[in-house]
Design a protein around this ligand. Structure first.
Ligand code: ADP
Length: 824
């Protein structure tokens, strides 16, 4: 191609082109094409304005802004100069579209991707050659026109020369006389009009055009024949083979010969591609306008706050009827095979709202499988004529699409008409319908979500438990009426505030840190919080705090529910107090029972003191007083007095009143203490007390006095049970062993009368006793003490002789059943 036209030469002007491309073009094109860099577009404009030799092609580089505007300006100087615009590959398509919608027509302005820069020299060469060729033909034609005027009409050489020239022109050229009969027709014009020279010459030009265009052509010719200046071109539609049409641009120019004869010259160009591009552009513009109109209507409907959802949907159906030009519209709900009409716009009796039918009896049965609309314009002439719906209702035109809500099929939106639709549904129609169904789907989904939310928020509002929702920073976003009632704070007081104002000061900072660590890590906190009401009073709240997470599993909020358990806490405290009092009474009663033994125990040091004191007196009175003898006597007095004092201290401790005071204790010590307590009693009653205490028992958390009380109760009961046993066989054993890993098990066995089943069944009942002077509270108190320590007390079953009572106490390292918050 390049070599074929290399003799033509030409000028390429570069504006804003990178030096590398400049160099590339020079080496590829010169000397054939002179490459001139213009620096800036202003220099190029100046070049044109000054009337210098015009460029044959202009290349606009990447360094300039708004190349389309610059190209437009260049075309105001020279409408035919080809312009190539260099662009990044990613922007190339966009630029093509911009050019398509710009006033440029044809191929004069072309975007060129930098990815194809290797092809650029060849493209420029072609553009330059085309331009040069075009210029040459135009010059030739205008020169021929001048010569024709100068030469005598029909001078044979001139005619021959002109014919030869025109025959090779790439544009159609023909001349007509005043009657519009064809005088000359070049080869290109013959091709364009699909006519031979022989059949065309002398015939009216109109004959070559279809009837529908002949009037317009005649008018143009008349104008061309009469006017003295060139007329602007007009486009005509001519028939092409196989029912196609082509578009011809006809530019008339008057011809006036020296002879005074007048005629016209016509330049014909096949602009079918250009017109097709223009039509496509027009269609795209119409589609855009159509979309914009429908969107505006959508917007008007959806944003109308006065309308309910039902009213909005009804308006949408009407809008669809108008848009598609179909009289019937249906919004359906599909449940399995049941097709139910939720709303409709129609006079047809079958389309009344509420009507249900089998889905297979409707055209919509075909639309439910895909998100794409189903549409046909004339069912009667297609396979649709066999569809049950056609046979029943004879709807010729139909367009429908499914509606999806929450990811599942909800129903359909469809429009139909008993009359065929003579223009086919456009892709814009299908897009609009899809848009409508998405809109309906979204609206229904939102309505569903709102209804769900209404239900939820109603439940929260009605809930008896207090509910509080905070954001991640623990700022309150919502509280329910139960919260207001419980705390005394109104919603308006607390929204936006952090929750600190509820703190009572009863929990330490570590407590709150532990709590928020649990929920902050996605866990659920359950526990009792001591909080403060607006009036300053304290209340106990059984709380559950859970994190709320978004779809990605990130914590966005915390929700806490709670109820006031202050009454329960008070009742429990009262219960504890009653139990402590009862235990106290129990201890006093045990002491009462032990009076004679204790008296005996105390009597011994008192007697010893009396004896030692009397001996000392006697030594002093004898006159032979040795100080060492007296000192020994007095030392014994002190020792016995201390023994007595220890007995009193133990009694006082045991009899003291008080709440549970747990501490880490060694059960061995407690058992030894109890053994010395009962020593006198045991001796008096001639009972043998055995201790079997294993080494290295785990320490337990317990109140030593209360455990002493339990042991004393059990030992005293054993002694009572031994009263009828022969003196030599009265035995009590206290055994303590490690139980499981960290607990301690203590068993008190006796060789007494044992417990018959009817007694064993009622042992722990309050006031149950088989003794004449018994109170029947000892075992009950003992059991509640062991329970309060997290342990268990029971009568061992199947004892061969006597009775064995056991209890287990958890080791100090074991966790308790329920973890209570630390209360300061
Ligand atoms: P109390 O000793 O005042 O009767 P307890 O609650 O201590 O009250 O004992 C309730 C009953 O359990 C006793 O009356 C007795 O019948 C029975 N019991 C308790 N310990 C023994 C035991 N080691 N052997 C036989 N029976 C016992």
């Amino acid at each position: 191609m390049a070599t074929a036209h290399s003799e033509l030469g030409g000028i390429l002007h570069l504006v804003g082109v990178a030096p590398a491309i400049n160099t590339l073009l020079r080496s590829a094109l010169e000397p054939e094409v002179t490459v001139e860099a213009m620096g800036s577009q202003d220099r190029l404009y100046h070049h044109f304005q000054e009337g210098h030799q015009p460029a044959d092609t202009v290349l606009l580089g990447m360094d300039i802004e708004d190349p389309v505007r610059i190209a437009q300006r260049i075309h105001t100087y020279d409408h035919h100069v080809p312009i190539l615009i260099l662009t990044a590959p990613s922007r190339c398509d966009q630029l093509k579209r911009t050019l398509m919608f710009s006033p440029f027509l044809g191929n004069e302005v072309v975007p060129w991707s930098t990815a194809e820069v290797d092809e650029l020299p060849s493209a420029i060469r072609d553009a330059v050659n085309r331009r040069r060729q075009r210029m040459r033909y135009l010059n030739t034609i205008s020169r021929a026109q001048i010569r024709l005027e100068k030469l005598p009409l029909l001078q044979p050489e001139a005619t021959y020369y002109l014919d030869q020239l025109l025959d090779h022109a790439p544009i159609g050229v023909l001349t007509v006389d005043l009657n519009c009969a064809i005088l000359t027709i070049n080869r290109q014009a013959q091709t364009i009009l699909s006519v031979s020279e022989r059949s065309a010459l002398g015939r009216p030009l109109e004959e070559q055009f279809p009837l529908r265009e002949q009037g317009r052509l005649a008018a143009l010719l008349q104008h061309g024949l009469k006017g003295m200046e060139r007329h602007k071109p007009e486009i005509f539609e001519v028939d092409a083979p196989a029912g196609a049409v082509r578009f011809l641009e006809v530019t008339p120019a008057p011809l006036a010969y020296r002879t005074g004869q007048r005629g016209a010259m016509l330049i014909l160009q096949d602009v079918t591609d250009r017109v097709a591009a223009e039509c496509e552009r027009q269609r795209a513009e119409d589609d855009l306008r159509y979309h914009a109109t429908v969107l505006r209507s959508f917007h008007e409907i959806s944003s109308d706050r006065e309308l309910s959802l039902e009213e909005k949907l009804h308006r949408l159906l009407k809008l669809g009827c108008e848009q598609f030009g179909l009289p019937n519209a249906i919004l359906s709900r599909i449940d399995g095979q049941c097709f139910q009409i939720l709303d409709s716009v129609s006079d047809h009796p079958a389309y009344v709202v509420g009507t249900s039918k089998d889905l297979d009896q409707t055209y919509c049965s075909a639309t439910v499988f895909t998100n794409e609309p189903v549409a046909f314009e004339h069912a009667g002439i297609t396979e649709w004529r066999h569809h049950p719906s056609y046979l029943e209702h004879r709807m010729e035109a139909y367009i429908g699409v499914r509606i999806v809500v929450d990811g599942g099929l909800y129903g359909t939106l469809c429009f139909s008409s008993p009359a065929p639709r003579y223009s086919s549904f456009s892709s814009a129609d299908l897009e609009v319908l899809k848009l409508m169904s998405q809109w309906v789907g979204n609206e229904l989904q939102r309505e569903r979500a709102e209804a769900h939310m209404r239900k939820l928020s109603g439940a929260l509002e009605q809930a008896a438990d207090s509910v509080m929702i905070t954001d991640r920073d623990r700022r309150i976003e919502y509280v329910n009426p139960a919260f207001e009632r419980l705390t005394g704070y109104a919603k308006a007081d607390v929204i936006g505030h952090k929750t600190y104002f509820l703190r009572s000061g009863m929990h330490d900072e570590v407590f709150y840190q532990d709590l928020w660590q649990v929920v902050g890590n996605g866990g659920v906190y359950r526990g009792v919080l001591v909080n403060r009401k607006k009036d300053g009073s304290i209340f106990h709240e059984q709380k559950t705090i859970s994190p709320l997470k978004d779809m990605q599993g990130r914590i966005t909020h915390f929700i806490s529910t709670g109820h006031d358990i202050s009454d329960r806490v008070k009742a429990e405290a009262l219960d504890r107090q009653h139990k402590a009092e009862l235990a106290h009474v129990g201890r006093l009663s045990v002491l009462g029972e032990m009076t004679s033994g204790l008296a005996h125990e105390l009597n011994q040091p008192l007697c010893a003191i009396t004896t030692y004191a009397q001996t000392c007196l006697r030594i002093i009175q004898s006159g032979n007083c040795k100080p060492d003898d007296v000192r020994y006597g007095l030392e014994q007095v002190v020792k016995q007095a201390e023994l007595g004092g220890a007995i009193f201290r133990r009694l006082r401790n045991f009899a003291r009143k008080g709440d549970l005071r747990q501490q880490r204790i060694d059960l061995r010590e407690v058992i030894l203490e109890v053994a010395s307590f009962v020593r006198a009693d045991v001796q008096q009653n001639q009972v043998q007390l055995h201790l079997d205490i294993r080494r290295q028992l785990p320490a337990v958390m317990a109140d030593p006095i209360q455990i002493e009380q339990v042991l004393l109760n059990l030992v005293r009961n054993s002694m009572d049970a031994l009263s009828d046993t022969d003196e030599g066989r009265r035995q009590i054993t206290i055994k303590a062993v490690r139980h499981e890993r960290h607990s301690v098990k203590v068993c008190i066995s006796d060789s007494g009368c044992g417990c018959p089943q009817e007694v064993a069944d009622r042992l722990f009942e309050p006031f149950f006793t088989t003794k004449a002077t018994g109170l029947g509270i000892g075992l009950g108190i003992s059991q509640s003490i062991i329970d309060a320590h997290g342990g268990r007390l029971w009568l061992e079953e199947g004892a061969v002789q006597g009775a064995t009572f056991c209890f287990v106490l958890p080791g100090s390292g074991e966790s308790r059943h329920e973890k209570h918050p630390t209360i300061r």
